[in-house]
Design a protein around this ligand. Structure first.
Ligand SMILES: [Zn+2]
Ligand SMILES: [Zn+2]
Length: 365
């Protein structure tokens, strides 16, 4: 039977070594390309241009604005359906999201919105492995066999897709500000004696105002492989370090393809802006308290950027449950939930009971 042949990869993503023609890798330590075979190093010159903001309406109306999209070869994991871009010639890769070795992945070309910015990896593999090992060793509750996951190959360096949105907002609000005042109230107590007490009342005053704010770079995760909560857990990224996208930074690394469409991401971003605007207007309306706040907002001049941010990811199954361990590839900040060992919990409960029994025994002496 004939093997399905893989299409040749996007030549954009292939950077052969000038010395030996092997594939060059981006090295976070030196922030340059490096050949693992002959040691040749190639500098990446950084442009000084500002990162381009794209017009959101044009993208949404024209669906795929040809000026901002590229045709890209993507590979789909046959176990978890994650879509990945990577730069290796072998028709095999380890899926970072389910740790499954994908042989002959489904590969196809698709038009995707081109990243306009990237934060290159700063934390290298060695550093991420030692962060992971320290984290594993810390918890008393983690099962002993978890340690086996600290193998080098369990951690994958991956660029995750994000959207950032800018918008000018102009809001008009109306509502009632409440001022507290105290009144003396008289009553008869149980003995029929006349007593007084202070009662808080609220005077409601109609108020209205305007609030204008420009939102810069509201960040939304573009992947469904991780929850927004997991993404937020390794925030912040220092977006000042964003540089213009250059495919050479992907050389030797994987990049996840976004699942969240640009318009869908904007809906999430607008909800974040709406909450922030509501809070700010509430502060304007409030005297001691407020009620019936009504905010009317015009959003305009919306722009977006598609950016790739670095992450070290370990996905593992423990007793049929999926766990993720994440390291922010720029700052080293970690997130992980450790499975709790049932045996260790039982042991701890027994120990606690023995201690309690001992205290009771000592108390009765
Ligand atoms: Zn070489
Ligand atoms: Zn997978």
């Amino acid at each position: 039977m004939e093997q399905p042949s893989l299409e040749k990869k996007d030549p954009l993503l292939l950077f052969p070594c000038p010395g030996c023609n092997a594939q060059l890798h981006f090295d976070p330590g030196g922030q340059q390309l490096e050949c693992e075979h002959c040691g040749t190093r190639v500098a990446i010159e950084r442009g000084t241009d500002q990162i381009r903001e794209n017009n959101l309406h044009r993208q949404m109306v024209e669906n795929t604005d040809p000026a901002t999209t590229i045709e890209q070869q993507v590979y789909k994991c046959n176990r978890c359906s994650a879509e990945t871009i990577f730069t290796s010639e072998t028709p095999t890769f380890i899926c970072a999201f389910c740790n499954f070795e994908v042989v002959n992945p489904v590969a196809y070309k698709t038009r995707i919105i081109q990243p306009s910015g990237i934060i290159p990896f700063v934390v290298d593999k060695q550093q991420s492995v030692s962060i992971f090992k320290t984290w594993l060793g810390k918890g008393f509750w983690a099962p002993n066999d978890l340690a086996q996951f600290a193998r080098q190959d369990a951690l994958h360096g991956m660029y995750l897709p994000f959207w950032t949105y800018d918008a000018q907002t102009n809001s008009h609000w109306t509502g009632y500000g409440g001022r507290y005042y105290w009144e003396t109230e008289y009553f008869n107590d149980a003995q029929g004696k006349r007593q007084s007490r202070q009662v808080r009342r609220t005077e409601w005053i109609y108020r209205s105002g305007t609030y204008d704010r420009f939102f810069d770079d509201v960040l939304i995760g573009g992947t469904n492989e991780l929850t927004q909560q997991e993404c937020y857990s390794i925030f912040p990224y220092d977006l000042k370090a964003l540089i213009n996208f250059d495919a050479r930074y992907l050389s030797g690394w994987q990049a996840d393809v976004y699942d969240v469409a640009v318009g869908e991401g904007y809906t999430q971003a607008e909800a974040i802006m709406r909450d922030a605007i509501h809070d700010a207007c509430a502060e304007q309306c409030r005297i001691d308290t407020y009620r019936d706040l009504n905010v009317n907002t015009q959003y305009s001049a919306q722009t977006y950027k598609h950016v790739l941010l670095p992450i070290w990811l370990c996905s593992y199954f423990y007793k049929n449950k999926k766990y993720h361990f994440l390291v922010n590839g720029q700052t080293g900040r970690i997130h992980g939930k450790k499975p709790v060992s049932a045996g260790k919990v039982v042991l701890a409960v027994l120990l606690a009971l023995i201690v309690v029994a001992g205290i009771i025994y000592a108390g009765n002496q």
